[in-house]
Design a protein around this ligand. Sequence first.
Ligand SMILES: [Fe+2]
Ligand SMILES: [Fe+2]
Length: 344
Amino acid sequence: MGLAIFRCAARWGLQRNPNPKRKRGPQHPSLTLRVSIETASKPQSALYHGSMRIAVTADLHFGHNRLGDEATQLLRDQLQARPPDLLLLGGDIGTEDHFGACLQFFRDLPCLKALIPGNHDLWVAAEDRRGDSLDLYEKHLPNLCSVHGYHYLDRTPLIVPGANLAVVGSINWYDYSWSLDRLKAEVPDWQWHLDHKAFTRGRHNDARFIRWKSDDIGFTRSVVAVLERQLEQALAQVEHAIVMTHHPAFRGIGFPRPAPAQGLDALLWEALSGNLSMEAVLEKHAERVPFIFSGHTHRDIEATLGGARGWNIGGDYHFKRLLEFDWPTRAVETFIFGDPNKRR
Ligand SMILES: [Fe+2]
Ligand SMILES: [Fe+2]
């Protein structure tokens, strides 16, 4: 079994536990893989005495994919065997009733739980009994969170005075600013493609299932302003704040590309992925924001924004990723559940 894990590590070019003396969590042979550990081991967890262990995942897409759900089960098994102090879910939790089912799935973990929704979590059908996408964002999902014991970060930050730390979060949204100028300059019919969220083949499903009286630019402006206000309020109470967003908080943790985006599909994807104003807000406070976590792209990547270290979590439909870090040591461990190379 150990050999199977090692072979996977070699094939993906990943690193096994570099410190064999470090206590390891439960292993799920061939399906669970610890891929990196950074810096020191942590002191005994003591949430209200200065230190915390925080687990972060995203894009669980609960109930959507058999392999993904098996991976999520393994992720939960590990958390149950070694509970963190705080679990953060970074959006795209589950469409329709799968959202509540996912909250129920982690409900018995003996830790604080907080989340932000993702774009899939706001998808609605015509005449949806839950209301439109804005009703979901402002009422239905927060209500589900209070029923299941989760902190809804888009509404209020989570302040942990004992650790001198806050968690501030937002779905974040897109206003096309990552690539609008280039779309206009380089893509014929750019306006039609943008209006219909239409790629060369197929459309972004947000065009079909995000239904609201708002629009992308107005919603982006609103959620960025709310996050800025919440971040300032949090930093007035504690020394540091972790930020978590669903759509990437800054371009460095957007979809990884070896070269700048080219052509309609890549430029449109950029337009529909993030915004420049969130990055500007975070840049202002980056020295007091140790970590920024995002999701949505299903591609893991790490980058810095001033003094802040940013990660895109990177789990996909068929496998999941989990980051665990210690505060205040800032030691980070990364885990993969399921096989990124096996889609079915
Ligand atoms: Fe997703
Ligand atoms: Fe998403």
